[in-house]
Design a protein around this ligand. Structure first.
Ligand SMILES: NC(=O)c1ccc[n+]([C@@H]2O[C@H](COP(=O)([O-])OP(=O)(O)OC[C@H]3O[C@@H](n4cnc5c(N)ncnc54)[C@H](OP(=O)(O)O)[C@@H]3O)[C@@H](O)[C@H]2O)c1
Length: 334
């Protein structure tokens, strides 16, 4: 959405094609370009990715925390080019290629132009395509946080060898989690559907269980190994399913915590249980996003692209995400 002015500089119309999110309804709208505040960058999008978080907000599953109000432009994960920076921004200038996490409180990622805080924007090298980079913010950072901070795996491989289970390993978070876990000194067992077994192996999983088999439902490792940690990206599973599969100090990192798992978390803490369930809530950091994008540049981390849609077909991408059967990331291209 731009015109050329007579002196050759690009001039932007004050129109931003976006998607508005009403309760249970997406609508294409034209809205004014957002203005970056002093610590923000204005980005012209090249790609965005969807996360289950986006439609969970729409369905009111995170209410009253989010959204602050409807209508709301959904979408948090974006990649594009900086076109304007706020007064106190130091790391970026117009023309820089970046990947960023838009604040879920203000929203704005499913639009041609969006603002993001400098503090959660990372430089994007030419080796990392916009689509591949746009997959990273929520899913990649969640996988990174679970592996490095909650479980304590060192990604240079220098730590003690751990045995890790990753559930829903074919999904957005899970497919990054396998690759990151393998950078550490880790034996990975993964669960996924039969159609994704070869893909999950190719990402580095040592053992794979089809989640629709009895062993998959019981989360049993084919080799009989107990897990030092579980990165639980699937929904459901009571503590009684995890418990017999854990080592003495085994830990379940639950990235989809329910009220039942919050209760288990509290009970395990109060009873000083050696086996723990830890709910994970993403605390995004720029340096971690930069670390991930640098891994992409070095060819050590890849984004599996489930599908790509133009912004005009955002509702199809949305439906695909709600369906819950994406392999890797669903991308919107601009
Ligand atoms: N706590 C946080 O901060 C945080 C951050 C990010 C994500 N999350 C949450 O984490 C969950 C996963 O996110 P995501 O982006 O990875 O989702 P996703 O990409 O939509 O996951 C889809 C994948 O999960 C697989 N799957 C579904 N149920 C499964 C099961 N029981 N066993 C094995 N595989 C299964 C599907 O395989 P099939 O197609 O074969 O069924 C599909 O490949 C979501 O609920 C999301 O909201 C939380």
């Amino acid at each position: 959405m731009f015109i050329e002015s007579t002196n050759g500089k690009e001039k932007y119309y004050q129109i931003n094609n976006a998607v508005h999110n009403f309760l249970y309804l997406l609508q294409h709208v034209e809205v004014p370009l957002p203005t970056p505040s002093k610590d923000e960058v204005l980005i012209k999008l090249e790609a965005a990715s969807l996360n289950p978080f986006d439609w969970k907000v729409q369905k009111g599953m995170l209410w009253p925390l989010l959204p602050c109000k409807f209508p709301y432009i959904p979408g948090t994960d974006i990649a594009g080019e900086v076109i304007e920076v706020g007064k106190s921004v130091r790391k970026f200038k117009p023309g820089d290629k970046v990947v960023a996490l838009v604040s879920p409180f203000s929203g704005g990622g499913l639009a041609e132009f969006a603002v993001a805080k400098e503090s959660i924007t990372a430089s994007r090298p030419s080796e990392a395509s916009a689509s591949e980079s746009a997959g990273l913010p929520v899913a990649g950072l969640t996988a990174h946080q679970a592996i490095t901070k909650t479980i304590g795996i060192k990604l240079d491989g220098s730590g003690e060898r751990k045995n890790v289970l990753i559930t829903a390993a074919s999904g957005g978070v899970g497919h990054y989690a396998i690759q990151l876990a393998k950078l550490g000194n880790t034996h990975v067992t993964a669960t996924c559907g039969a159609r994704n077994i070869e893909l999950v192996k190719s990402l580095g999983a040592d053992e794979v269980i089809d989640y629709k088999t009895p062993d998959g439902a019981a989360l049993k490792s084919p080799s009989g190994k107990k897990y030092d940690a579980v990165i639980h990206c699937a929904v459901g599973f009571p503590w009684s399913t995890f418990e017999p599969n854990l080592t003495l100090n085994g830990k379940v990192v639950d990235i989809t915590p329910s009220s039942a798992s919050m209760l288990t978390f509290a009970l395990k803490k109060l009873t000083f249980s050696k086996k723990q369930l830890v709910p994970l809530f993403l605390l995004p950091k720029r340096e971690d996003l930069q670390y991930l994008i640098d891994l992409v540049k070095e060819g050590k981390l890849k984004t599996v692209l489930d599908s790509k849609y133009p912004l005009t077909k955002a509702e199809d991408a949305w439906a695909k995400s709600i369906d819950g059967h994406a392999t890797g990331k669903i991308i919107i291209e601009f």
